[in-house]
Design a binder for this molecule. Structure first.
Ligand SMILES: [Fe+2]
Length: 329
């Protein structure tokens, strides 16, 4: 469950128990199912702006814009209500032609947050798979055809590294990258997007204490972490209609082209092209995300890092394509 979309500094952050919501997202919904708060100064406590059951009126939107306020906040404790409420309006937001694709993406990220979180915890992952397929379709509808640049998406995407944030970012980047690498068939792109959403499914078996551990992992903990591609793959193999490329995205996204990755250490030629794409955008999104124990890296520094590892860790052509796509403004 998300806590906040803002920096976690050593000093007490007044927004620690709040989730940021773009003002533009609020424009597209009729009723907000949570109290909304505003923060005018970076270190000040958020103030109640609008009660649950209503939403800012036209005049308030003008004032917020004039004051340069881009985000309002909901309490983390009420985020479930907010996200579920937004999910009910999602269909109409996505079909509204006056809303830009980037804003639709921002609304979708928040709307699917709780649904994803809940379905991921179910013993049977079928519901999560259905959701991944639906979201994969929406991602392709919103982002294929090159109308949105990866850099624009980066600017609007959340970087708080919750499951829902990470998978929706990675699915979106995967679609954009796949298109630039020449995959234009929509059906194929939808498969790539939904498998990207499923790629870390095996992590649901890893204790949260290990996943969130900031320091060095013990060899046993590392072994548990490194089993997640295999666990996810086995679960999806068992019962699904995923194609080979999709399964390989789940199974091979931590393999490295020099054969030093995991779980199998297969070399370049045996890593499926879709898994090579996913490896690049997965690391890009992980490193540009804020974590409780460290600040996020800039896209530039991550791309430099990925360029250095092109040919050993990552596929060279994929890195080059990703960097050139990200540099387009
Ligand atoms: Fe992973």
């Amino acid at each position: 469950m998300p806590t906040t979309a803002v920096d976690h500094d050593q000093t007490v952050n007044p927004l620690t128990n709040y989730v940021a919501v773009r003002v533009n997202t609020l424009r597209s919904i009729d009723t907000v199912a949570a109290d909304l708060f505003v923060q005018y100064e970076p270190q000040s406590a958020p103030m109640l702006y609008c009660r649950a059951g209503s939403r800012p009126d036209v005049q308030q939107f003008v004032e917020l814009e004039e004051a340069g306020v881009e985000n309002l906040y909901v309490r983390s404790a009420e985020f479930c209500n907010f996200s579920n409420g937004l999910l009910e309006s999602l269909e109409s937001i996505l079909r509204n032609e006056t809303i830009p694709a980037t804003e639709k993406f921002a609304a979708m990220q928040l709307a699917v947050a709780v649904a994803m979180d809940h379905t991921l915890r179910l013993v049977d992952c079928g519901k999560f798979r259905d959701l991944a397929e639906q979201m994969g379709q929406e991602v392709v509808t919103l982002l294929s055809d090159g109308e949105v640049l990866p850099r624009e998406l980066f600017q609007i995407a959340r970087h708080d590294f919750n499951t829902f944030t990470h998978v929706t970012n990675v699915a979106s980047y995967s679609v954009m990258l796949a298109e630039r690498l020449g995959i234009t068939d929509k059906k194929e792109l939808r498969k790539i997007a939904s498998a990207a959403i499923l790629h870390d499914l095996g992590k649901r078996f890893i204790p949260a204490s290990i996943l969130a551990k900031p320091g060095r992992l013990t060899p046993e903990e590392r072994e548990i972490i490194e089993a997640h591609p295999q666990r996810g793959y086995e679960e999806l193999c068992d019962q699904s209609d995923l194609n080979f490329g999709q399964l390989m995205m789940v199974y091979q996204h931590h393999e490295r082209v020099d054969g030093t990755g995991y779980p199998v250490r297969v070399p370049h030629r045996e890593i499926h092209p879709w898994a090579r794409m996913l490896a690049v955008v997965d690391v890009f999104d992980s490193m540009t995300a804020k974590r409780p124990y460290r600040r996020s890296a800039t896209p530039e520094s991550v791309m430099d890092y990925q360029k250095q590892l092109a040919g050993t860790h990552f596929d060279r052509e994929v890195v080059e394509c990703w960097v050139s796509a990200m540099n387009k403004t």
